[in-house]
Design a protein around this ligand. Structure first.
Ligand SMILES: Cc1cc2nc3c(=O)[nH]c(=O)nc-3n(C[C@H](O)[C@H](O)[C@H](O)COP(=O)(O)OP(=O)(O)OC[C@H]3O[C@@H](n4cnc5c(N)ncnc54)[C@H](O)[C@@H]3O)c2cc1C
Length: 444
C-alpha cells in the first residue's frame, strides 16, 4: 500500500508516524514545500521574545530523522500543485530545481495547514509588513528587530497578536495594537476581554480600537500605518488578522470545501473523495457543543486529527470525536482561557442561555499568594446544560478550563459540576473550587 501525505508538520507527520508504527512495511512518501519538518509553531513568539534561545529548539524531528530512523520518504521543497483523484496521482514542482514531479497513491492525506491572511492595503509589501507562521518568518522578524526596531504596530488582537505583544515588550520594544472591532481577544466576550485590556494598559501596550487599516507607509521599512481615522508612526508592521486554509490547489478536484476553503471531513477524517483524507488546519473540525463542523485551527486538533487519519488510512477505524473549542493564552501577568461557547456564540446560534460570573481566588484566601480568578459560565436556560466557560487570572486558569472542557465533552450540567470531586489543599484551592462556587451561585 502506498501512502502519500502532503504537508510535513503536525497533522501530516502525526499520520505518518501512526502508519509506520502500525505497518513498518508501509510505503510512505511525505511532500513538504518548505525545508523544515515537524516543528512547534506555538513556540515562535517566545523565540522572538528571547525566552527560547533558538528556533532549532522547536524542531521535533528533522526530515533526515524521518528518513533514516522511520524509513519515511520525507521530501523537502516539494510543492504539490495538483491532485488527480481519478488517476490517483499528485503532482507538483521541486521548488529549488524547478523540476516537476508526479507520484501515485493508494491513500492520500492532505495536511497542508493554513497561511496567514495578508490584506491588500495600499503600500503593503514584504519589506514593510511581516507575519508569523514559519521558522523563516520568525528569523526574518528576529533579524529586523536586531537592527534596532523601537516600535512595532501589530494589526489584529487575536492569540498570535497578543502573544507577540507580550514578547516584544519582553525585548523593551514599544507596542501598539490596532483592532477593527471594539475589543481585542474577541474570542472572549467583551466583559471578560476587559481584563486583557486592563493588562495591556498596565504594561503600556497601546490599544487602538474601531479603526480599519488602509495603508502602510515606507518602502523598504515601515514608517507609518494609516487607518480610516488616523496615521501612526511605527518602525515595523506585524499583520495577524487570521489564517486561510491552504487548499487552493484542490479547486478542480471536486473535493467538498467549507465556505472558508477548509476541506470537509467526516468522523474518520475522510473527505468527499474516495481514499483522500484531510486533517489539521486545512480541514474542518467537528464541534461537540455546536454539533456541527467548525473551523478552529489549533495544534492540539492538528496532532489528534493527523494521528486518527493515519489510523483510518491503514484500516484501523477510529473516530475523531470532535473539539470543544478549548484554548488558552498567556498575556503578560494573566492567563486567559475559553472552552465551548461564548455568550456571543450562543446568541449567534440562537440557543437560549444564561450566564453566571464570579470573582474568586485561585487558592485558599488565607494561604499566601492567592490571586483573583474571573470565571464566566454559560449554560442552557431550560436544563442548565453547560455550554461554555471563560476564565482569566494569574494562576490556576489552565486546570479549571480543562475540567470544564472535560465537562463539555461529557455533556455535563451545572449541577454535575457541583458534584465533582476536585482536589483541595490550601496552596492549591478552596474547599469549593471556584468553578463549583460559580455553579453553586446558579443553584442558589
Ligand atoms: C505563532 C503561532 C503560535 C501558535 N500557538 C498555538 C498554541 O499556543 N496552541 C495551539 O494549539 N496552536 C497554536 N498554533 C497553531 C498550530 O501551530 C497549528 O494549528 C498547527 O501547526 C497546524 O498543523 P498542521 O499540520 O495542520 O499545519 P501546518 O503546521 O501549517 O503544516 C502544514 C505544512 O504543509 C506544507 N504545505 C502547505 N501547502 C503545501 C503544498 N501545496 N505542498 C506541499 N506542502 C505544503 C506547509 O509548508 C506546512 O509545513 C500557533 C500557530 C502559530 C503560527
Amino acid at each position: 500500500m502506498k501512502y502519500v501525505i502532503i504537508g510535513g508538520d503536525a497533522a501530516g507527520m502525526s499520520a505518518a508516524m501512526q502508519i509506520t508504527r502500525k505497518d513498518p512495511y508501509a510505503d510512505i512518501v511525505t511532500l513538504e514545500k518548505g525545508g523544515i519538518y515537524s516543528y512547534g509553531q506555538c513556540g515562535l513568539p517566545y523565540v522572538i521574545g528571547g525566552l527560547i534561545e533558538s528556533t532549532d529548539k522547536l524542531i521535533a524531528r528533522s526530515a533526515e530523522t524521518f528518513r533514516e530512523r522511520y524509513a519515511i520518504d520525507a521530501r523537502v521543497h516539494h510543492e504539490v500543485t495538483k491532485v488527480d483523484p481519478v488517476k490517483k496521482t499528485v503532482s507538483g514542482v521541486q521548488t529549488l530545481t524547478g523540476e516537476s514531479f508526479s507520484i501515485d497513491y493508494d491513500k492520500l492525506l492532505i495536511a497542508t495547514g493554513a497561511s496567514p491572511y495578508m490584506p491588500s492595503w495600499k503600500g503593503i509589501n514584504k519589506h514593510n509588513s511581516y507575519c508569523l507562521k514559519t521558522i523563516p518568518d520568525a528569523k526574518r522578524l528576529q533579524e529586523v528587530i536586531e537592527q534596532g526596531i523601537r516600535h512595532v504596530t501589530i494589526v489584529g488582537g487575536g492569540y498570535i497578536g497578543l502573544e507577540m505583544a507580550e514578547n516584544l515588550k519582553r525585548r523593551n520594544i514599544k507596542v501598539r495594537m490596532i483592532q477593527r472591532s471594539d475589543y481585542v481577544a474577541n474570542m472572549f466576550d467583551k466583559d471578560m476581554a476587559m481584563h486583557i485590556h486592563e493588562e495591556a494598559k498596565k504594561h503600556d501596550i497601546e490599544l487602538i480600537l474601531n479603526e480599519n487599516v488602509t495603508e502602510v507607509k515606507g518602502k523598504d521599512r515601515a514608517t507609518a500605518i494609516v487607518t480610516d481615522k488616523n496615521e501612526y508612526p511605527t518602525d515595523l508592521v506585524l499583520v495577524s488578522v487570521g489564517v486561510r486554509p491552504n487548499t487552493g490547489f484542490l479547486i478542480d478536484t471536486g473535493i467538498e470545501l467549507k465556505q472558508n476553503g477548509a476541506i470537509l471531513v467526516n468522523e474518520y477524517l475522510e473527505t468527499s473523495l474516495e481514499d483522500i483524507y484531510a486533517a489539521g488546519d486545512c480541514a474542518t473540525h467537528y464541534h461537540i457543543v455546536k454539533k456541527q463542523q467548525d473551523y478552529i485551527p489549533l495544534g492540539t486538533t492538528a496532532n489528534k486529527q493527523g494521528r486518527l487519519a493515519g489510523m483510518n488510512m491503514i484500516g484501523k477505524k477510529r473516530t475523531f470525536k470532535g473539539i470543544t473549542g478549548t484554548s488558552i493564552l498567556q498575556f503578560m501577568d494573566v492567563s486567559a482561557a475559553i472552552t465551548g461557547l461564548s455568550e456571543k456564540a450562543a446568541k449567534e446560534l440562537e440557543i437560549p442561555y444564561q450566564c453566571v460570573q464570579i470573582q474568586s481566588k485561585d487558592h485558599a484566601g488565607y494561604y499566601p499568594g492567592a490571586s483573583p480568578l474571573h470565571i464566566k459560565l454559560i449554560y442552557q436556560k431550560e436544563d442548565f446544560l453547560l455550554l461554555g466557560a471563560q476564565i482569566i487570572g494569574e494562576k490556576g486558569v489552565d486546570k479549571r478550563i480543562d475540567v470544564l472542557s472535560t465537562a463539555l465533552f461529557h455533556e455535563m450540567s451545572i449541577e454535575d459540576l457541583e458534584d465533582l470531586d476536585l482536589s483541595y489543599a490550601p496552596p492549591f484551592n478552596g474547599v469549593w473550587d471556584p468553578l463549583q462556587q460559580a455553579a453553586r451561585r446558579v443553584s442558589n
